[in-house]
Structures are given as C-alpha cells and as structure tokens.
Ligand binder design. Structure first.
Ligand SMILES: Cc1cc2nc3c(=O)[nH]c(=O)nc-3n(C[C@H](O)[C@H](O)[C@H](O)COP(=O)(O)O)c2cc1C
Ligand code: SF4
Length: 394
C-alpha cells in the first residue's frame, strides 16, 4: 500500500489515510457567518472522495476576528446545528473533520469592525492601521473566545480543533516582534510574545478536556525585516508540543504582500505550463515542491505530537516519500484539492505524477468575493478573472 494511503492517528482519532485537506477558506458562509448548503456539499464531496482528514477553512472565534465576507463564524451557539449536520454527514462517509479557529487581528478586511492588534502597526498587506493597541481586557476576551469556540466545535461533533497561528493573523501578530511592540507581559521577550498562544491553548484545553485533539498551524518565521526568526518559531512549536498540543502543521509568513506560504507555480514544468496556458512559465524553472519539509522533519524529531507537512506538495511520489522517510506523519494539501476534489480516489487507483493545480493563486485572489473554486478549468472563468484584474477588483 502506498505510504500516504496507510491509516493515521492524531490523539486517538483514526484517519483512513495520511492525507489532509489543509484549511482553505471557502467563502461559502452567509452574511451571518452561518454555513450554507454549498459549504456542506463542498466538504461532503471531499469526504466522499476519500480525504482522510478535513481541516475546514478558518472560522472566526469573535465578531471582531472576522477576516472577510463569506468567512464562517464559530462565535456563537447558533452555528452549532448546521455544523452538527455537516460532521454527521462527513462521519457517515468515513471521513474525519477538524474545524480551524482563527482571529483575524489587524489583518481583518471587514470595514464594519475596528481590528484588534498587539500594537499600532500598519498592516502592510492591506494598509489598515489599528486605532489602538489591544488592552489587557480585550486580550483576555479574545482568549475566552477561543475557548468558547472550541467548546462549540466539540459540541458540533467535530473530531478536533485546529488553530491558525500563522500567516499574519492575531496569534502570529503577537508572536512577531515586527507587529508586537508591547512592553507589558504580552510583548518584548519571546516568552511574553508566546503568551497569547499559550493562554489560548489553555483556554481551549479547559473547554474541551484532555482527550479532544487540538492542533496548531504555526508560522515558524516571518518573511519581513525584524520579524520572527526561525529559531523563535522552532522554540514556539516545541513549547506547544510540550504543553500537550496534539499536532503541528508547519508553515511560515507574516503580513507580507506576497503569499509566500502558498508559493506560486510549484513544480510547473514547461510541458505543464503549455498544457495550462501559463505562458509566463514556459521558459521558467519549476518552483521547488514541499518547501517546509526540512522544518517539518526537524520538528518531528523531538515532538511527542504529530507533524503535518503543508506547502507545495505536488507529485504523488513526493507525498509518499515524505511519509516513507518520516519527514512528517501527514501530508496536507490546499490548492490541489480545489482543482481535484477526487485526488485521493485517483491515488487509490494508481495515479502518479503531478497534480493538476499549477499554483497560479487565482483562487486566493478571489477569497471573499467568490466561492472557492479553481479558475483555470473554464475559459469563461479565466476571462471573468482577467476582467476583474483589469478593473482592479482583485
Ligand atoms: C484560497 C486559499 C485559502 C486559504 N485559506 C486558508 C485558511 O483558511 N487557513 C489556513 O491556515 N491556510 C489557508 N490557506 C493556506 C493553505 O492552507 C496552505 O497553507 C497553502 O496554500 C500551501 O499549501 P498548498 O501548496 O497545498 O496549497 C489558504 C490558501 C489558499 C490558496
Ligand atoms: S486557481 Fe486552480 S490552478 Fe490556480 S492555484 Fe487555484 S486551484 Fe490551483
């Protein structure tokens, strides 16, 4: 059996294989943040097609933590019944599902809220400056919101909680010296910058108990000057592991205008560029696959919990190699599943080679304005995208 098709386990949750659908925001919630039938069907399709474990796209734990239109909310009990139906349906298909919780911090693109942030630092990605640094009371409110949301996740029948501590959202903003300029107990030393993540974990653990899996996606370093260093990121992942975190998904990147954690054109050869009309890549070298593999392997060497590798896994051979050589316990794929929701079934039938996704990131550009989909599958969608670009809409 291929290594990726072997069963896996995270804190007692058995998965039918080692393939995770990485969190990918769906833009499929209604104006209240409640999931729609389209959201339900989107995830059900992945489960029917054999995905071992689904991480939902990020869900906001607090009204003030909303990132963008169409984001799913986990900020009140009203969300539970629809989520319960979803988890029942996923389980009936033999799948497992964790909800990803997040607080957007100063990266919020929701004009109706005043973003919460460690310090008054302009967000270089979306040019928004918070009016004031978060007060101690506001920080504890956010911590409690993570705990309350985790309790709802468990009540709704999910198999675990996944927490976003990367990519420039609130938890990574507190970790990073580039965005956290505080001089109180929440800023300054690494221990102080880690405090929000640690307290958030404790709040969630108290809400769900010791047996319910909690995972983190952790940004191990920033791509901006004076940001989090990789040594600090590694120390943070190790600390969370010691505290009892059940799994770490290794990532990187903070508040920078380019989506480095979702690198473009991964593994795209000349042949693939021609096949997919990527004229700008015909004479360019393919971008390297599995760009966080070394960090994942390093973390796994000393971790008690599971290690999940995300980022640019594009050939089935490489996915198998990652599991086979012990670089990670699970492989996690975001963009490949947008384009090929049946990828696991294909692998089961012997599919090899590169996945169809060419990592052009058009799907990412339309986050918050259109439901998640691959834009390269029809000429009409590509034309709509080109028109939106021309008008500066994306
Ligand atoms: C459209 C889109 C939405 C994303 N949404 C999330 C999200 O909600 N939470 C998260 O942790 N990462 C999110 N990511 C990042 C992915 O989970 C993943 O880390 C990144 O795309 C690299 O993996 P890949 O090469 O398999 O796509 C998103 C990426 C894309 C392209
Ligand atoms: S638009 Fe399609 S090909 Fe481009 S990154 Fe998204 S899923 Fe991949």
């Amino acid at each position: 059996m291929s290594p990726v098709l072997q069963p896996g386990n995270i804190a007692g949750v058995q998965t039918r294989n080692r393939i995770i659908r990485s969190s990918t925001s769906e833009t499929l919630a209604d104006d209240q943040g409640l999931i729609t039938p389209e959201y339900h069907d989107f995830h059900l399709r992945l489960a029917r097609n054999g995905v071992g474990l689904i991480f939902t796209g990020h869900c906001s734990v607090h009204r003030r933590g909303n990132y963008i239109r169409g984001m799913t909310a986990f900020d009140r009990d009203e969300v539970i019944p629809r989520m319960q139906k979803l988890t029942d349906a996923i389980h009936a298909e033999g799948g497992k599902i964790f909800a990803q919780l997040n607080h957007a911090g100063s990266q919020s693109r929701d004009d109706s809220i005043q973003p919460l942030a460690p310090s008054v630092v302009a967000n270089p990605q979306f040019h928004r400056t918070p009016l004031a640094a978060a007060s101690g009371e506001e920080i504890w409110e956010a911590i409690a919101a993570f705990g309350d949301a985790a309790r709802r996740v468990k009540q709704a029948g999910f198999d675990g909680v996944h927490v976003h501590a990367g990519h420039g959202y609130l938890l990574s903003e507190f970790l990073s010296p580039a965005t956290n300029r505080r001089e109180d107990e929440w800023g300054g030393s690494l221990e102080n910058r880690q405090r929000l993540l640690v307290e958030t974990y404790k709040s969630m653990r108290a809400a769900v108990g010791d047996d319910f899996p909690i995972a983190n996606k952790i940004g191990l370093w920033d791509y901006v000057p004076d940001g989090l260093t990789v040594e600090e990121g590694r120390a943070t992942a190790a600390l969370m592991d010691q505290l009892g975190l059940d799994a770490v998904e290794v990532s990187a990147g903070l508040m920078s205008p380019l989506a480095e954690s979702a690198a473009r054109y991964v593994g795209v050869t000349r042949k693939r560029a021609v096949q997919d009309k990527l004229l700008n890549r015909i004479f360019a070298k393919p971008v390297a696959e599995a760009y966080y593999r070394d960090e994942a392997r390093r973390h796994k060497t000393s971790a008690k919990g599971k290690t999940i590798l995300v980022g640019g896994l594009r050939t089935v051979e490489l996915m198998n190699d990652v599991i086979d050589d012990g670089s990670a316990d699970f492989v996690s794929l975001a963009r490949p599943f947008i384009r090929e929701p049946d990828l696991v079934r294909q692998i089961e039938k012997g599919r090899t080679g590169m996945v169809d996704c060419v990592s052009c990131n058009i799907c990412l550009m339309h986050e918050g304005s259109a439901a998640l989909k691959c834009w390269r599958e029809s000429n009409r969608d590509l034309a709509v995208h080109a028109w939106a670009r021309l008008r500066g809409r994306v």
